[in-house]
Ligand binder design. Structure first.
Ligand SMILES: O=c1cc[nH]c(=O)[nH]1
Length: 214
């Protein structure tokens, strides 16, 4: 299932427009903050789909009845570009556990690349709801590889992938290899460059947030 934020008009359109805008995105702090604000919106939207249980809250004047999230999700993030959106989701799911995955593209002489995954630091994920943050879902290969490894190691209860911008190809790849995943994306673009950058996209999210890597 794919949920696309921009299918409905909301303030999220403004955050995405600023992320894409070649001038506004030069303000690195604003770029990171816009990713963080999108993360906050995704967390709020996803919170509506989680399981709640009735609770009684003691106030100074009586007892209020409400429903609270049964179990906080685990926020898993692909370093480094995922960090700002991760923080946004953590601002909302403020009791969440976290997992971090170091994955990157290793470009070969032929110009093609392979995904290298070298670092994983995670709480136990058995029977947990896991939300993977990958801000740019280009080919979808990094997200699929990461999720497959996590699914092999743990009996994950439910899995979400959250991306600011996804390509049509990336979405198709996730749906083909991880049909059980719920995808939440800000917007969907139709093209990928030969180096697997999303077009129109926004450029290199990691470089824009943290500086151009060598
Ligand atoms: O367009 C893209 C694709 C992958 N990663 C990015 O930062 N941008």
């Amino acid at each position: 299932m794919v949920h696309i934020l921009t299918r409905q008009n909301s303030i999220a359109n403004h955050f995405l427009a600023e992320l894409r805008n070649i001038e506004v995105q030069q303000d690195r702090m604003r770029f990171r903050r816009n990713l963080e604000r999108l993360g906050e919106i995704f967390a709020y939207e996803i919170s509506k789909t989680l399981t709640y249980e009735p609770m009684e809250i003691e106030t100074p004047l009586g007892v209020a009845e409400t429903s609270l999230i049964h179990e906080q999700p685990v926020l898993a993030t692909i370093l480094r570009a995922g960090i700002p959106m991760h923080q946004g989701m953590l601002n909302v799911f403020d009791h969440a556990d976290c997992a971090f995955v170091g994955a990157y593209r290793k470009t070969k002489k032929s110009g093609t690349f392979e995904i290298r995954k070298e670092y994983v630091s995670s709480v136990g994920l058995d029977n947990r709801t896991v939300i993977l943050v990958d801000p740019m879902l280009a080919t979808g290969r990094t997200a699929v590889l990461t999720c497959k490894d996590l699914l092999d190691e743990f009996a994950i209860k439910s899995l979400f992938i959250v991306s600011a911008i996804a390509s049509e190809e990336g979405i198709a790849h996730v749906q083909a290899f991880l049909p059980q995943v719920q995808l939440w994306v800000g917007d969907v673009d139709s093209e990928l460059t030969s180096k697997a950058f999303i077009v129109p996209g926004l450029g290199d999210a990691g470089d824009l947030a943290y500086g151009v890597k060598e």
